[in-house]
Design a protein. Structure first.
Length: 238
């Protein structure tokens, strides 16, 4: 008859390895997904900034066209001044020209401020685009590396899964109840259902074991559990 302790230790070792590999695979996959989301969000932010810059440029050019039109109107008014004979009409036209020039001066200042803000946004856009392009290039390499690691991990998991199935089948044939108990404890104890003992101490919870429990473990003819942590016990030869 096969040794249940040896089988259970082998199964637990494989289970722990599979759990560790699975966690590593998920972490790699999540890192790739998180980076994709981050790059996508940054790309959307850059597109929004680009649209803002284009709209600012469009608005500025509209203001410049309006200013140009107003300047043409002022030139026409100034040309009319030479032909005006009526003093009152002349004064009214002079006042209109002065007010229009004052209004245009305000518009010119507004256009200059808009241009400064536009240049600031375009500079920010260029910097963000350069950084984003660099991150995308780095991400391509990082993703390829991560996917390569994931592929290797999946191969190893597949190999370990074959071992898992073999150990479980053999344990099930040997003691189906023990296998079920192992699975139950494993879920409750973070994957560690079987632990050794040393000098009368459970190496799972480090609590002293009753002498009768230690004696039965040494006899290896009965499956014993720690009274404190309820893990399955075996005699640690080391």
């Amino acid at each position: 008859m096969e040794d249940w302790v040896g089988l259970l230790r082998n199964l637990q070792e494989v289970d722990i390895t599979v759990d560790r590999l699975t966690q590593t695979r998920e972490e790699l996959s999540q890192a790739v997904t998180s980076k994709e989301i981050q790059l996508k969000e940054e790309g959307l932010a850059i597109n929004n900034l680009r649209e803002k810059a284009l709209q600012m440029e469009k608005d500025r050019k509209t203001k410049e066209e309006e200013l140009k039109h107003d300047e043409e109107v002022i030139k026409k008014w100034e040309a009319r001044l030479k032909d005006v004979k009526n003093h009152r009409e002349y004064q009214v036209l002079i006042r209109e020209v002065a007010l229009a020039k004052k209004d245009n001066a305000v518009k010119e200042d507004d256009i200059l401020k808009s241009l400064e803000e536009e240049e600031k946004i375009k500079k920010e856009l260029k910097e963000k685009e350069e950084i984003h392009t660099g991150l995308q290039a780095t991400y391509v390499n990082e993703k390829a590396d991560a996917l390569g690691k994931i592929a290797e991990i999946e191969k190893e998991i597949a190999q370990k899964t074959v071992q898992q199935k073999d150990f479980r089948n053999r344990l099930d044939s040997l003691n189906a109840g023990l296998l079920k108990e192992y699975d139950r404890i494993k879920k409750r104890r973070n994957g560690l259902a079987l632990v050794g003992t040393s000098k009368g101490v459970c190496l799972g919870c480090h609590m002293n074991l009753p002498p009768q429990v230690v004696n039965k473990i040494m006899g290896n003819d009965e499956i014993m559990k720690c009274p404190s942590c309820q893990r399955i016990l075996y005699l640690n030869s080391g």
